[in-house]
Write a protein that binds this ligand. Sequence first.
Ligand SMILES: Nc1ncnc2c1ncn2[C@@H]1O[C@H](COP(=O)(O)OP(=O)(O)OP(=O)(O)O)[C@@H](O)[C@H]1O
Ligand SMILES: [Mg+2]
Length: 364
Amino acid sequence: MPRVELRNVSKRFGKIVAVDTTNITIENGEYLSIVGPSGCGKTTLVKLISGVWEPTEGEILIDGKKVNKVPTEDRDLGYVFQSIALFPHMSVWENTIYSPYVKNKPEDERQRIGEDSLRLVNLLEKKGLFPSQLSGGAQQKVGLARALSSKAKLLILDEPLSALDARVRIDLRYELRRLVKRLGLTAIHVTHDQEEALSVADRTVVMRKGRIVEKGSPRQLYERPSHLFTANFVGEANFLEGNIKTKSEEWCSVELRNQQFLSVHPTNAKVGDPVVLFIRPENLRFCREFKANSLPGTVKEVQFMGSYLRYKVMLETEETALVDLQIPHERINAGERVMVEFDPIDTIMYERPPEGLREVLRLE
Ligand SMILES: Nc1ncnc2c1ncn2[C@@H]1O[C@H](COP(=O)(O)OP(=O)(O)OP(=O)(O)O)[C@@H](O)[C@H]1O
Ligand SMILES: [Mg+2]
């Protein structure tokens, strides 16, 4: 059963450091997702695990055995490539049963595996077509069926759902997770879709510039991220900059721009320290009049988001706050003055990084 371990793994292409001294262990049976901005090294990381690339430095172990020089075909893994990479001269069926075919599985087993895999992606009736006759999304599904047909215990999925419609993508990601769990596979799933990363996996890794910024359960990364970059990358985030004015055992008063104040729970930061406060839009509320822990502002924009409304509020700190509210009975329009209430339970304080907030959040 596959357990994958990376020890100080780097991959360089000339001067480009695509993966930089990375350490991670993916446990047997774990569903891991990897997110990060374009070019941060996600594909390179999974190509290293699958043996398409050999690391420039470090060791890759599968089940405790070093595999740095073991070719892909001997690593016993199913791989869905980011670029779809189907065999163009083979039909959907031939693509799907490629692995059992090269492994010389008996005819009846090939039939069963091929049918099961294609049924899963709803393409059994298209088995006679060629890749060029399919849409991008359908080709991607064949790629998935082909990887599943390998019957490998380690599944590597690089943006496996990116070419599908939003609706199908959501259905298929739950299908994928169910399947991985039912078959007891270890799965490594790369995606640029934060929601997909959080909803499909047991654990999520956030990457930036070739490095792992943070790893943890999806919930932990969303609700209590350790890094500002994660806070910003895995969902919508509001940030306010300030300095600690006073501090007691229970409370910390933070002075924001333009003499605005908020009270939050204290951390190790000391009086005078520059800090950043973070809160998700769905944790903010409007209140009618001034009360403790609310900040005045003006609604600049109201966006209809389907099940909720998103208000863009210009605060008196001259920072923008996004406030997500279930469609309220009372209309609040652009131009109106509002008070935005910050619950200290949901407001997390970070030390302000010396290089500045903007630099820490930058995607490139
Ligand atoms: N074969 C290669 N030769 C040279 N540079 C490469 C090669 N493959 C990747 N890179 C570079 O390595 C870095 C990481 O690329 P990678 O494809 O791993 O990113 P990614 O996170 O998968 O991005 P995306 O989300 O756009 O797919 C990029 O700067 C890329 O240009
Ligand atoms: Mg990629």
